[in-house]
Design a protein around this ligand. Structure first.
Ligand code: GLU
Length: 388
């Protein structure tokens, strides 16, 4: 069935990120070339319609495991990393071969979360992706599994695809998996289980549905897809979860058919830099504010000065993202500091003109500049404005 709401979302989608999970791409013989050929055929149609496409593709580890001939998923990180190194080549070659029939070129982009949390590298990645898209090339992104360590992993490609959708300022994120969408109850247990075709707000009830979904073979599962949906919809990007093994799925989506689950997006309220601070960075410490500073940040949109700081927790360098806490540990927001934890320890509670006297230098009057600060309330309100 064609829905007007779906049509509106897809007709306006000029730049699309398509995430393809391992469960879609790999069969017991390794990378499933049939599926890749079919998806690339559908993606080439999107290109013909003048849309730009970024693919976020899993499947390196699964493909490596099969290629090496391992009988089970390796347990240790070095083994997984080695398997990814073997499999990533086959994966990208499969895309390259498939798109060659349509005279389309692909580019391999392997990222670690450090590439996106460092502002300069983030901007670099953005410029490269932009250039590839301008040239009509299809970037195929995956996590750089071979070099990441657990602490700095994106977690899964659902999260990576959400970050890529924000980074590229995409109009739509499509997550292709091996089930038809988000069900309202476990389809293995209830015959009445049905797909929720549209979600306007990801609340507790919706989160409850995700917990009940059948296990998928990829890393993420439905819970991590919901986290990705939360991230992108609050940044103004709608998301569709659909079954990548189902024939003509992309065609159906772009015809406006009600397949899979659509997550309607909220308005984009934050600047792209503030989106990055709120959604990409992981806070590295905490700063406790006095009442005056809390009010200045919360109600007056001011910068944070040293005089309003009561305490600092954690070890971090200047430029790091930190959480600002008010009374009763209430989180007021997240900002990038101009001073390290050690320096803040020395200048907390003193006026800005004393900073130089204490440290022997002064990077700036503000500990956190308002342009580098995001109020938690604004982030929450973005999420809540979904569908309004
Ligand atoms: N990067 C992993 C791979 O290519 C997949 C991670 C995921 O599916 O979330 O095998």
């Amino acid at each position: 069935m064609i829905s007007q709401e779906r049509k509106q979302v897809v007709d306006g989608a000029q730049r699309v990120v398509i995430k393809v999970g391992s469960s879609v791409l790999t069969s017991k013989h390794g990378v499933d070339l049939g599926i890749i050929n079919r998806l690339c055929d559908e993606i080439s149609m999107l290109r013909e319609q003048g849309r730009q496409v970024v693919i976020v593709s899993s499947g390196a580890i699964a493909s490596g495991i099969r290629k090496i001939g391992l009988s089970e998923i390796p347990k240790t990180i070095p083994q997984k990393q080695a398997a990814a190194a073997v499999g990533q080549g086959s994966l990208i070659r499969a895309y390259e071969e498939a798109f060659r029939h349509y005279d389309l070129k692909v580019a391999q982009i392997l990222l670690t979360s450090e590439d996106l949390t460092n502002r300069r590298r983030y901007l670099n990645a953005r410029h490269t992706l932009q250039t590839l898209l301008d040239w009509g090339i299809i970037p195929v992104v995956n996590e750089n599994d071979t070099v990441v360590v657990e602490e700095i992993k994106f977690g899964d490609n659902d999260n990576l695809s959400a970050l890529i959708a924000q980074l590229t300022e995409a109009d739509l994120l499509i997550a292709l998996t091996d089930i038809d969408g988000l069900y309202d109850s476990d389809p293995r247990e209830s015959q009445d289980a049905s797909i929720i075709t549209v979600i306007r707000r990801i609340d507790r009830e919706v989160e409850g549905f995700a917990g009940d979904q059948p296990g998928v073979t990829g890393t993420g599962g439905m819970v991590s897809k919901l986290l990705a949906a939360k991230k992108v919809t609050s940044a103004g990007v709608p998301m569709i979860i659909a079954n990548g093994r189902s024939r003509y799925i992309l065609k159906q989506i772009f015809d406006g058919e009600e397949v899979g689950t659509l997550f309607v997006s909220g308005e984009r309220r934050l600047s792209s830099k503030k989106q990055w601070i709120a959604h990409t960075l992981k806070p590295q410490g905490e700063i406790l504010l006095d009442e005056g500073a809390a009010v200045a940040l919360k109600l007056r949109g001011k910068s944070l000065l040293s005089t309003g700081i009561i305490a600092v927790r954690g070890k971090f360098e200047d430029g790091a993202p930190v959480r600002c806490l008010g009374n009763n540990e209430e989180e007021i927001g997240i900002g990038l500091v101009n001073y390290s934890a050690e320096e803040i320890e020395k200048i907390k509670g003193v006026r800005s003109h004393k900073i130089e006297e204490i440290l022997g230098y002064k990077h700036s009057d503000e500990v956190i500049h308002r342009d580098n600060f995001v109020l938690s309330e604004t982030v929450a309100a973005e999420g809540e404005s979904q569908g309004t």
